[in-house]
Design a protein. Structure first.
Length: 373
């Protein structure tokens, strides 16, 4: 076990050199919980009024679950037992769309998601991602690499197919047509069901779609990060019938209203420590966004996070946010956003107010933005 942990730490320190992706050390604690370890335990969905949406022709819950933060990048990893419980509770409350990636951990998040979802695999959709050379560092979306790593992801996810397989970042050294062709082959083999792109430009999306229809595009999108509205990505998705999956829908935690200028982020395990937007100065400067959300939340008997999610859901019917949490209370808070109705008047008022608020700080650091199209 010591040797395995040492190797994982080495991989985490060397992986993605030059990309800016920070991988926190992850050592899952063992658990003897009989429910966690017994594959024969049956789970039943609780009574749920969960709404559904379509990402292309993939039908999923209107709110998905981003699983990354359970394992990495937003602070120390959660206890494995609690991580599995949150994922399974999400399912029992109606969530059917779960997002992970090989690079989260690396590898450990896929293992967690695979174990947590195994008892009801046929009732949910799993999204994962490829595109990095985790061992050597840098990007790698060569077709032969994709076909190698998909096999490894399938094993970690304890499944025979990945419902939605995203290219995590566009590889400048590999034509997108070659990537789409490799995914088309995997779809024909039944190992992948749908093709996705993450942080891709409108032009790349269009080129890929000609070879293999793109089911969903993922990018950061929230009330304080609205670049998909300006760069043509959201419009391209609407034109081509592609779903859109916002990551960071509550501003990486900022839009919950629970972060202030005194909040500290550990550079060893928290990406936000290196993001200009999360400097003490910019956290304070961006508070007018929080004040606006709190004002609307008070009117709706809601929380700022719920208003943030309700705002996203109201933008387009093909948008499926994937908020992440490792906390049961936060899970319930997120899901309650589905019951909040923002009227046309509400949305107009919010957007007018947002247009007068300047956002300080870039959404990621300079190194990470270099690998965003």
């Amino acid at each position: 076990m010591k040797e395995i942990n040492s190797r994982r730490n080495f991989i985490q320190q060397t992986a993605l050199a030059g990309t800016g992706i920070i991988l926190a050390p992850l050592l899952w604690s063992a658990t003897s919980d009989p429910i966690i370890n017994n594959p024969d335990v049956k789970f039943n969905k609780k009574e749920s009024n969960m709404k559904t949406r379509n990402l292309g022709n993939l039908k999923v819950s209107a709110l998905g679950a981003g699983c990354m933060s359970i394992s990495a990048n937003y602070g120390p990893s959660a206890n494995k037992k609690e991580g599995i419980r949150v994922i399974r509770e999400s399912y029992e409350k109606g969530v059917s769309f779960f997002d992970t990636a090989e690079v989260y951990g690396p590898y450990i998040n896929e293992e967690l998601v695979g174990e947590a979802l195994a008892p009801f695999r046929n009732e949910i959709s799993i999204a994962s991602k490829f595109g990095f050379n985790i061992e050597a560092g840098g990007s790698n979306s060569r077709p032969e690499h994709i076909k190698k790593v998909v096999e490894e992801s399938l094993k970690r996810l304890k499944t025979d197919r990945i419902d939605l397989y995203y290219q995590h970042r566009v590889d400048p050294n590999v034509p997108i047509e070659d990537v789409a062709g490799a995914i088309k082959d995997l779809i024909n083999e039944g190992k992948v069901l749908h093709f996705g792109l993450s942080e891709a430009s409108a032009k790349t999306i269009q080129r890929a779609h000609l070879i293999q229809p793109v089911t969903a595009v993922q990018s950061e999108y929230s009330v304080m990060e609205r670049s998909p509205e300006r760069n043509g990505v959201l419009a391209t998705c609407e034109e081509l019938g592609i779903g859109f999956v916002p990551w960071g829908p509550v501003g990486m935690g900022y839009l919950t209203g629970k972060i202030n200028s005194n909040t500290k982020f550990d550079p060893k395990n928290d990406l936000r420590s290196g993001f200009d937007r999360f400097s003490a100065e910019n956290i304070k400067a961006n508070m007018p966004v929080i004040d606006l959300l709190k004002k609307v939340a008070k009117e709706k008997n809601a929380t700022p996070a719920q208003i943030s999610l309700a705002w996203l859901l109201a933008q387009k019917t093909f948008i499926v946010p994937i908020p992440g949490t490792r906390n049961m209370d936060h899970l319930n808070e997120n899901l309650a956003s589905l019951n909040i109705e923002l009227t046309v008047s509400d949305l107009s008022r919010i957007n007018t107010a947002l247009s007068k608020i300047e956002i300080y700080g870039g959404r990621m650091n300079e190194m990470q933005m270099k690998i965003v199209e």
